[in-house]
Design a protein. Structure first.
Length: 182
């Protein structure tokens, strides 16, 4: 069920774009994301910071796209999001000596400190890579190619998440699996 909620806005965006255009797709994405966040809030009784940031960026960049009738705004939203993630994670760990991943997930999973640090660095690199990829496609390819990249580009996060799961699985003890979900 959670996976359907996660992919709900992008699938509706893709359908609206294919049947209409980028502007209808953008409006649908904005509405679907608001509904998605409402569902997440109804289930979890809270929105994580990443949900709030994603919602804000979609609404701001979507509104700019629609008001200015300029598709570049919605195309650059993922670049801004990923770049902000990379910068925030890097500054937090290198300047403030805080590991945001551990702060967010440490209550759900217990990992050795060096593993948390490696995960943080991998997230910085992954976010920078995704920002660069989206920026490149948004700048040098057509809107049609960008939309297709957005759909098929979901392979990157899926492979990344599975890879992370495989990596951290060797560090998870039976105590971690017995913790109730929050």
């Amino acid at each position: 069920m959670k996976i359907l909620i996660d992919f709900f806005p992008i699938l509706l965006f893709f359908g609206a774009y294919k049947f209409y255009d980028i502007y209808v797709g953008t409006a649908v994405l904005m509405g679907a994301t608001v509904i998605q966040m409402g569902l997440i809030y109804a289930i979890d009784r809270r929105l994580q910071m990443m949900h709030k940031i994603t919602l804000a960026l979609i609404l701001v960049f979507g509104a700019l796209t629609l008001l200015l009738h300029d598709e570049r705004f919605i195309k650059w939203k993922p670049t801004v999001l990923y770049a902000a993630m990379a910068i925030a994670l890097a500054i937090a760990v290198w300047v403030y000596k805080k590991n945001f991943l551990k702060m967010l997930l440490g209550s759900q999973i217990s990992l050795p400190e060096p593993v948390w640090m490696r995960l943080n660095m991998v997230w910085v690199a992954y976010s920078a890579f995704m920002a660069a990829m989206n920026g490149y496609v948004a700048a040098y390819y057509s809107t049609e190619a960008w939309v297709n990249f957005k759909i098929w580009g979901y392979a990157f996060p899926l492979v990344f998440i599975v890879g992370q799961g495989i990596y951290i699985s060797r560090y998870i003890t039976s105590d971690d699996t017995e913790k109730p979900a929050p």
